[in-house]
Design a protein around this ligand. Sequence first.
Ligand code: CTP
Length: 410
Amino acid sequence: MLRGKNIIIGICGGIAAYKTPQLVRLLKKEGANVKVVLTEGGARFVSELALATVSQEPVYRAIFPSSGTTDFTHHISLGEWADALLIAPATANSLGRLAAGLCDDMLAACFLTLRPGKPVLIFPAMDGQMYLSASVQRNIATLAGQGCTIIPPESGELASGQCGLGRMPEPEAILSHLQQSLRSEERHSPLHGRSVLVTAGPTREKIDGVRFISNYSSGKMGFAIARAAAKRGALVTLITGPVHLETPPGVTRIDVESAADMHAAAEEVFSSCNVFIAAAAVADYRPRAPYEGKIKKEDAEMQLALVRNPDILAEFSKQRSPKQLAVGFALETREGVECARQKLEAKQLDLIAFNYFDGKNSGFEVDTNILTLIDRHGETLELPKLTKDEAAEQLLDAIERLTPVNAGNA
Ligand code: CTP
C-alpha cells in the first residue's frame, strides 16, 4: 500500500518526537519515500542526524534557502511532492499556526502547498488540559473542517508524571492510520479500480539482424504515468519498448520491441481498458523488408525502403466505445500548441499533452518536462517545467476531470 508513496513527516516540539525515528523506519520498511520536516521545537527533542540517517534524506528545517543553494523554491516543491502529510507529534503551537494559515516555517509551507485532496493526518500530543483547552479545540475543529484527519491523543503516562489524555499513539498505530487514509483516498480517485493502458519508450524497427531504426525516448514519462496511475489504485498495463527502467510497483509490464509488437500487445488490451495513454515514441516507419542476416556494405550509397507503421493510438480511438478515454502526446518544436490541437482533432482524442521539445528541460532522456494539456473541450492548461512524476500527476488530474462523464465499464 505504501510502496512508492511520497510521505512527509512533520515533527513538532513535543517529547513524543523521540519516537519519530522509529516511525520513519517503519514507513521506509513499507517501501515509502519519506522526507522529514522538523520544526525548531522538534529539533530540541530529536536529532536531525538520526532522522536524516533513517530517512536517507536531508531533513528540511529552514524555509529560506541557505547560501549557496540553487533550489530557491523547495518550500513549494516539497509539499507538491507529497502523497500525504503526517504531523506527529503536533503541538498546540503548530496547530494554531496551521489553523491560522501562517507560513512561517517549512512545515506550514508544506501544509499550504500540498496538492488538493492529499491526506493530512495530524496527531496532537501535549498535556491533557492543554489539549482540551478551548483554543486548541477550536484550532482542531478548523483543521478538521478543512479536511485534515485529526487523530486524538491516547491516555497514559505523560511527561509531567501525571496520567491522562495527551500521549501520541505508537508508531505502529500511526502507520496503520496512514494506510487506512491512503486506502480511502485511492477509493476517491475516479481511476481507482479502472484499467489504464500506457505505452512507453521507443520502438526498434529492424533493418537487419544487427541493426535497427529507433529514437532517443527513455520511457521515463510513460513510466511516471504508469507509476502515478497505480498509486491512484488503477489497474495498469504498461507496454514498453526497450528501456532501462524499473517496473513501477503494482504495474503489469509487457516488453516489446517493434511498433508492430506494440500494436499487437495493445490490441489485446484495447477492449478492456478504460483509459489508453499513448506515451510511447512509436517509429512512424519501418524497413519494408528487414534482412535476415547482416547487410554487407557495398556501394557508396544505400537505399532503404520504409513503410508506415500502424498508428496505435488512432486505431484505438477509431474502435473504442464512448466510455473509453484516449490520451496522446504530441512532441513538437515549433507552433506546438496548434499542431497538438490538430492531432487531438485528427485522432479524435479526449486529451493531448503537447510536449515542448528543447532537448534540455523537456523531451527525451531528461527528468523534467514542459507540457501543455489540451482537452476535447478546448480547455488548455499550460504547465511549468516539472519533474516527469509531477507532470504525470497533472496529466492524471486532467484525465480524472474528464472521467466522471465516461465512468462505467469499457
Ligand atoms: N502514436 C502511436 N502509434 C504510432 C505513432 C504515434 O500510438 N504509430 C501515438 C504516440 O504515442 C503519441 C501520438 O500518437 O501519443 C503522437 O502522434 P504522431 O502524430 O504520430 O506524432 P509524431 O510522429 O511525433 O508526429 P509528426 O506526424 O508530426 O511527425
